[in-house]
Design a protein around this ligand. Structure first.
Ligand SMILES: Cc1cc2nc3c(=O)[nH]c(=O)nc-3n(C[C@H](O)[C@H](O)[C@H](O)COP(=O)(O)O)c2cc1C
Length: 238
């Protein structure tokens, strides 16, 4: 067993403890397969679109559970895994969420949002009506855990909470898309009502609602562009 010393930024030794390790399970692939996998994954992800018209058709719970488990494999600051996914399919709860979200969104669209934000949203055609919150079979409400309580009820701080929970949500969206489902990332603002409806503690911050299901037949999406690689990447080396 290895031992490792931990140093603070001042150089002070913080802890010395035995480091438990296991063998890394790493499968090296031939370069041709790496290239085809990377290309196929890109092709798949380019087909992902945010859908706003959902069918109420049922979705297999097994599919959702596997995608949630994949989301839970995300890296996280200090391995705190500071996320919670509330999976909502109960029609009464979905209705409650829809009504509460619409109250906030009505306020947002009529007075809270600055004009530049409304201008940015115009090409998407969004408004304060959120029927998808009731129509879609599943709402996955993502909470970021700012703190956790240990067995004695003491608050334990988490690190890079929003970053970690957002990476997990990215994996979730990719997984659901890969499984053949449509999603909508919905962020009613503010979202505190989700803690109340879903009885989540105040140590958790609602981040996003991932509306999940099949698209309505004939669903249409905004005709928008993605930035080319040259606009999103700068290369510093070969
Ligand atoms: C953090 C975040 C919040 C979003 N919030 C909303 C939202 O509240 N309502 C909505 O209709 N779309 C929302 N979207 C979806 C974006 O509008 C959408 O991703 C963007 O227009 C690009 O379209 P695409 O996902 O089809 O590529 C959100 C996306 C992200 C990443």
């Amino acid at each position: 067993m290895n031992t490792r010393k931990f140093f603070s930024h001042t150089g002070k030794t913080m802890t010395s403890q035995p480091l438990k390790t296991i063998n890394l399970k790493f499968e090296e692939l031939p370069e041709s397969e790496m290239k085809s996998r990377a290309s196929e994954f890109n092709t798949l992800m380019q087909k992902r679109r945010t859908v706003r018209d959902f069918s109420s058709r049922a979705v297999s719970r097994d599919v959702i559970d596997d995608c949630l488990a994949a989301a839970g494999s995300a890296p996280s600051g200090a391995n705190r895994q500071p996320w919670h996914f509330a999976l909502v399919s109960d029609p009464a709860i979905k209705r409650e969420i829809r009504l509460a979200a619409q109250v906030e969104e009505e306020e947002f669209y009529t007075s809270r949002a600055p004009q530049d934000w409304l201008d940015a949203l115009a090409p998407l055609g969004t408004d304060s009506e959120k029927p998808f919150l009731e129509h879609a079979p599943y709402l996955i409400v993502v909470f970021a855990q700012k703190f956790e309580l240990d067995s004695e009820g003491n608050k334990q701080k988490n690190y890079y909470v929003t970053e970690s929970a957002s990476i997990a949500t990215g994996l979730l969206i990719a997984g659901l898309h890969n499984a053949g489902l449509a999603t909508l990332t919905h962020t009613p603002s503010p979202m505190k009502f989700l803690n109340e409806i879903l009885e989540r503690p105040s140590t958790e911050k609602p981040l996003m609602v991932i509306v999940t299901g099949y698209p309505e037949k004939g669903a249409r999406v905004p005709d928008i562009d993605r930035k080319p690689l040259t606009d999103i990447v700068s290369v510093h080396g070969d």
